[in-house]
Design a protein around this ligand. Structure first.
Ligand code: ADP
Length: 461
């Protein structure tokens, strides 16, 4: 494999992750191109790139960032050599990766073939099975209809969970505790899956009660080197969506952590994975663990892994796409043993959601804004400043605040201090709610599972 110099990277995304990627490019001396929708005309991220172009003038706010021919056409006209898709939008779209490949543009991510395999949760489970990695008991084929679902639920035993095969972002999932609930949920998940993901296939798993969500960060180059960067605990979730994440997963037994890391590498290796990716598992109270899916892209919570390993994951993705091995001096991993986990990092997602109003997204103009900082505090923001108008069109992530310290309780205190230095007026934020999580004794003691938030009403006070 030859290395190919990357001169100009287009980021097919917006907000904080676009800025994160521009920064990695600029650190490497690479020229950057932003795309933006009509609605993002005044958004900060576009000013952080060397060039910025309006896309999807006649499309919806989301459609602009999903316009494959429009984005590829622009990239070709502007001499772009590589595209980074970020997360969400086209990041897991095999057609987009293929369009890049066919147009001589490097796609900074895995191959379109691997995206196709991992985009479908059922085919990803098949891969786990073939690697001998445990999966949650459930069906391995799409359900035929509601009656098929009821029959299977009865044979697995309640509770069960219905999932869209193409689902993501915590959508297209429903827990069911009775045959009646399965019947109703089947229709709901089916139509939601068709509408949101363009594929109505749904399947069923046993619902695990109070597991932890632990995920392993993988980096793999084009030369067959596959290393893990340790794991993250992403159990703090609201409605299947992550709120606070930390690394390492210190409250899980060490032998389980070792097994997860080993199995994650095994899965990545078996599909010839290249780039950064995350293998997700649920871990039950007895230390049993189960593969749930692989996310073949950069994740929102990659910052915590960067803080404890010192490895710049986005930079690594770019160098890997250019053909460099993980031993490249600006990645610095000649072997697995070169990955050192140092200290504890916690990421808080500060969102413009109102905890007092069932987390409804709040919109409007930011009238006052103060940032945070200090030793061991990292901010990844997209748009937060005085005068910024928070629109209803996109996700409500305002800034990610990641805090590092030598031990977990110290990291919790620092995280609370750091998010409370962030002052926002004009729109509501979830800062009071996240502060309650960080101060909760169960959180500090590592006793949290995926239902902790839902089952802890005092967090909402
Ligand atoms: P998505 O792709 O939408 O992120 P995942 O399959 O990664 O969905 O699951 C997201 C979350 O949903 C998990 O972290 C967990 O909290 C919950 N979940 C998924 N499958 C199960 C299950 N079988 N039992 C209990 N909770 C589950």
């Amino acid at each position: 494999m030859q290395t190919k110099e990357i001169q100009k990277v287009l980021v097919a995304n917006r907000g904080e992750i676009a800025i994160r990627i521009f920064r990695a490019c600029h650190d490497l001396g690479i020229h950057t191109v932003a795309i933006y929708s009509n609605e993002d005309t005044y958004s900060l991220f576009r000013t952080k790139a060397d060039e910025a172009y309006l896309v999807g003038e006649k499309k919806s706010p989301l459609g602009a960032y999903l316009d494959i021919p429009g984005i590829i056409g622009l990239a070709k006209r502007r001499g772009v050599t590589a595209i980074h898709p970020g997360y969400g939008f086209l990041s897991e779209n095999a057609d987009f990766a293929r369009a890049c490949e066919e147009n001589g543009i490097l796609f900074i991510g895995p191959s379109s073939k691997v995206l196709g395999q991992m985009g479908d949760k059922l085919s990803a489970k098949e891969i786990a099975i073939s690697c001998g990695v445990p999966i949650i008991p459930g069906c391995t084929e799409p359900l035929r209809d509601a009656e098929d679902a009821v029959e299977k639920a009865v044979s697995f035993g309640f509770p069960v969970i219905l999932k869209a095969a193409a689902g993501g972002g915590g959508r297209g999932m429903r827990r069911c505790d009775s045959p009646e609930e399965v019947r109703t949920a089947y229709e709901l998940v089916h139509s939601e899956a068709e509408k949101a993901f363009g594929c109505g296939d749904i399947f069923m798993e046993k619902y695990l009660v109070e597991p932890k969500h632990i995920e392993v960060q993988i980096l793999a180059d084009q030369h067959g080197n596959v290393y893990h960067l340790g794991e993250r605990d992403c159990s703090l979730q609201r409605r299947y969506q992550k709120v606070v994440e930390f690394a390492p997963a210190w409250s899980v037994p060490q032998e389980t952590v070792e097994a997860l890391r080993r199995d994650a590498v095994k899965i990545a290796r078996s599909v010839g994975y290249v780039s950064a990716g995350t293998v997700e598992f649920l871990v039950d109270k007895n230390g049993g663990y189960y593969f749930i899916e692989m996310n073949p892209r950069i994740q929102v919570e990659h910052t915590v892994t960067e803080m404890v390993t010192g490895v710049d994951i986005v930079r690594s993705q770019i160098l890997i796409a250019a053909g460099y091995p993980l031993s490249h001096p600006e990645i610095g991993l000649s072997r697995q043993e070169d990955v050192h986990i140092d200290g504890y990092a916690i990421q808080c997602r500060v969102t413009t959601e109102d905890p007092a109003n069932n987390f409804a997204p709040d919109n409007g103009k930011i009238t006052a804004y103060a940032s945070s900082g200090g030793f061991g505090v990292r901010l990844d923001g997209g748009n937060a400043d005085v005068g910024t108008v928070i629109s209803p069109y996109y996700d409500s992530l305002l800034v990610k605040v990641t805090s590092w310290d030598h031990n977990f309780p110290a990291a919790c205190r620092k995280a609370a201090r750091a998010i409370n230095e962030v002052r926002v007026r004009g729109v509501k934020t979830n800062i009071p709610f996240v502060t309650n999580i960080l101060a909760h004794p169960d959180f500090v003691a590592g006793r949290c599972h995926t239902k902790f938030i839902d089952e802890t009403p005092e967090l909402f006070d």
